[in-house]
Design a protein around this ligand. Structure first.
Ligand SMILES: NC(=O)c1ccc[n+]([C@@H]2O[C@H](COP(=O)([O-])OP(=O)(O)OC[C@H]3O[C@@H](n4cnc5c(N)ncnc54)[C@H](OP(=O)(O)O)[C@@H]3O)[C@@H](O)[C@H]2O)c1
Length: 298
């Protein structure tokens, strides 16, 4: 099934770039590190014009100098994707200056960690602000032009945790489930206009994600009842960490999706993601859930 899917992406890949004779432009949010940075470098290396955002322009320095050294086209853009004002002020100028955006990659995101009952509503809102509302904000800013041009693609970086829930990641899981849900509606809404929508669902990849993880303010008190389970979970998670994949693999997948006329909608990547998602689809709930509990808490 996985091989078939891979072949489908390969076979349907047609270089629209060659067809329209213009360099494609991709806008990637959260390009300062990890998957966003790897994707920016990879696409720029293939001749794309890449606009990469970060909340701080200084964080894009390394990427800029790497691109300059290789004659690649990278346009750094300081943008807080959480801000309505910033997005509505900055993006029209970007399009005026650099032309239409062919591919929007909504990648910026972080994890909020902690048992659900310990998280504050503000922490949860903040999690949704970046992982969900920011993506919607970018879509609302850039999709009207894609609809008008009857071309373009939106790629939302979700997660294997957009398909299944693990303990202590409830806020992150909820934000990615929400992103998956809205992507599903959007995909159908945009289909009459030839604008494509795809989700990328990575498993564990070696990026700054773990170090940038926000811990809920009340999540780790040794007094809470969850403490022994958190310890077990952390021990297992730490062992699992070293199996994280190279983000370049996600970059290559994103490129294939952009170049495909008819990309698969959901694109899990990493063996852990594929196996986890397969488990939810093949196993009945009364088998799957005890297995998940055992694997994470016992
Ligand atoms: N690594 C994994 O194992 C993994 C697995 C599944 C899904 N993902 C998803 O992949 C995407 C990229 O993550 P990554 O692994 O590459 O992590 P990363 O190395 O921490 O990079 C995250 C990027 O997102 C931006 N960002 C982070 N927090 C932000 C915030 N509060 N507001 C605005 N921008 C923020 C950062 O840009 P600035 O800080 O420069 O603004 C940074 O460039 C995320 O959506 C994540 O959920 C990652």
């Amino acid at each position: 099934m996985i091989l078939l899917r891979r072949r489908r992406v390969r076979e349907s890949r047609v270089s629209r770039q060659a067809r329209c004779g213009r360099k494609k432009t991709a806008l990637i949010t959260g390009a300062s590190s990890g998957i966003g940075k790897a994707t920016a470098l990879y696409l720029a290396g293939l001749g794309y014009r890449v606009i990469g955002t970060s909340r701080s322009i200084g964080r894009l320095d390394a990427l800029m100098s790497e691109c300059e050294g290789n004659g690649r086209k990278f346009i750094p853009l300081e943008l807080d994707v959480n801000s309505n004002d910033a997005v509505s002020r900055v993006l029209p100028d970007v399009v005026r200056e650099h032309g239409p955006i062919d591919a929007l990659v909504n990648n910026a995101g972080y994890g909020l960690w902690g048992p659900v009952e310990t998280l504050t509503i503000d922490e949860l809102k903040q999690q949704f602000e970046t992982n969900f509302f920011a993506a919607v904000r970018m879509i609302q800013a850039l999709v009207p032009d894609m609809v008008e041009r009857r071309a373009g693609i939106v790629i939302n970086i979700s997660s294997v945790l957009g398909r299944l829930g693990t303990p202590f990641n409830g806020a992150y899981v909820a934000s990615k489930f929400a992103l998956e849900g809205i992507s599903e509606s959007l995909r159908t809404e945009l289909s009459p206009f030839g604008v494509r929508v795809a989700l990328v669902e990575p498993g564990l990849f070696r990026t700054e994600f773990q170090s940038n993880m926000v811990r809920g303010a009340n999540a780790e008190s040794p007094d809470i009842s969850y403490a022994p389970y958190i310890e077990k979970y952390n021990r297992r998670h730490d062992r699992f960490q070293r199996f994280g994949g190279d983000p370049i693999k996600v970059a290559r997948l994103i490129h294939k999706i952009i170049e495909s006329d008819n990309p698969p909608f959901r694109n899990p990547i990493g063996m852990d993601a594929r196996m986890g998602i397969l488990g939810t689809r093949l196993l009945p709930e009364n088998i799957y859930w005890p297995l998940m509990t055992k694997a994470t808490l016992r």
